[in-house]
Design a protein around this ligand. Structure first.
Ligand SMILES: *Cc1c(COP(=O)(O)O)cnc(C)c1O
Length: 360
């Protein structure tokens, strides 16, 4: 652990690369010789436009986003996209939704206001402990798109494959974007709330096949129209400037560390440490089934609420914080995003072993 920082296992907002925080601290009062903080300059200034363009360019390079796709940096969080997607892409018709956790369930519910959300799969009966296989997906003829959530932040499951569908893929990658290599050309739309793996809360990245823009319902607010946002360079109104700046600094870090491939290698290393231990523990039980397990959010419990609480308390005393599971699941959740050092996971496993020795 560095100085007085802790290992923060929060699901979001979550831990950020220390180098990004340090640069932000150093530039806080005088951003690039302007005599102002980046928070105090106009979003229309050349100085800020540079930051904006730099973040988009890095994202394009890191994710190998093809020219067919636009990158939008928007406000409103991932939740706003639950409505924006059907408003822009459903054309009052239907779409397929795979429900594998609470966020995809919410997205399907929202979509039902603007058309018909066919349920392609629903893993709720098993407590969202797995991801459906390709052949388990029921796909409808009239779907304008197929919607899924790549990583289920709350339950700790993650799609290990990209579904094959006739309609364009729309994917919520809020909690695993930039952690694994993705062929963006396969997707109609990818979006992610930034506060898990990229930046502070308040920014949503949308990567959209430009051919899908311009189909919004007439009632779509201008601020939610992808076409308008493409035309205005994401600046119909003031964008979340500070978050975009922090995104740029985070992307600098990802690049220096070796890009998405390096992030992908590290996610395997971190997750293996935890799951290997969990599969052999006499005390802790993992929630997600092998083959469906998340590399980003590892969910587990002891089976006793009192022991879970004691573990969470004890871990915090060891500088391992925010391990409490989501309120709808209880138990524990270790969120191990890109910025979580492998040492943090090693420290967590060491404490889990100690706790097991004392309590199993
Ligand atoms: C956190 C999260 C959301 C919700 O994000 P907000 O920015 O709070 O709206 C949606 N989907 C996934 C997968 C998430 O992890």
């Amino acid at each position: 652990m560095l100085n007085d920082r802790v290992y923060n296992f929060a699901a979001g907002p979550s831990t950020m690369p220390e180098s990004a925080l340090k640069t932000a601290a150093a530039e806080m009062l005088n951003f690039r010789g302007s005599g102002m903080s980046v928070m105090e300059i106009s979003h229309r200034s050349a100085l800020f436009q540079d930051v904006f363009d730099s973040a988009c360019e890095k994202l394009r390079t890191l994710m190998r986003v093809p020219e067919s796709h636009a990158i939008l940096l928007l406000q409103g969080g991932a939740t706003t996209q639950f409505a924006a997607i059907p408003m822009n892409l459903m054309e009052g018709g239907a779409a397929d939704y795979a429900i594998t956790g609470n966020f995809s369930a919410k997205a399907a519910e929202e979509a039902g206001k603007y058309g018909t959300a066919h349920i392609s799969a629903n893993t709720k009966p098993g407590g969202h402990d797995k991801i459906p296989a390709q052949e388990e997906l029921s796909l409808s003829e009239d779907a304008k798109y197929f919607y899924y959530c790549a990583n289920n932040t709350v339950y700790g499951t993650e799609w290990q494959y990209v579904p094959e569908t006739a309609s364009p893929l729309v994917c919520d990658m809020s909690s695993d974007i930039l952690s694994r290599e993705v062929d963006v050309s396969k997707f109609g739309l990818i979006y992610a709330g930034a506060q898990k793996n990229m930046a502070p809360a308040g920014l949503t990245v949308v990567i959209l096949d430009k051919a899908l823009a311009g189909r919004e319902l007439p009632c779509t607010p201008k601020i939610l129209s992808y076409k308008t946002m493409i035309e205005t360079g994401s600046m119909l109104n003031t964008p979340p400037c500070w978050c975009i700046y922090m995104l740029d600094l985070t992307l600098d870090w990802v690049m220096r560390e070796g890009g998405v491939r390096a992030m992908d290698e590290r996610r395997h290393e971190r997750a293996a440490l935890l799951y290997d231990y969990l599969d052999n523990s006499r005390l802790f039980k993992p929630h997600a089934l092998p083959g469906s397990r998340s590399f980003m959010n590892v969910t587990f419990r002891t089976g006793s609420d009192a022991l879970d609480a004691a573990f969470i308390r004890g871990a915090a005393e060891h500088g391992l914080v925010n391990l409490k599971g989501h309120k709808i699941t209880g138990g524990m959740r270790a969120s191990i995003y890109n910025a979580m050092p492998v040492e943090g996971v090693k420290a967590l496993v060491a404490y889990m072993k100690e706790f097991e020795r004392e309590n199993a």
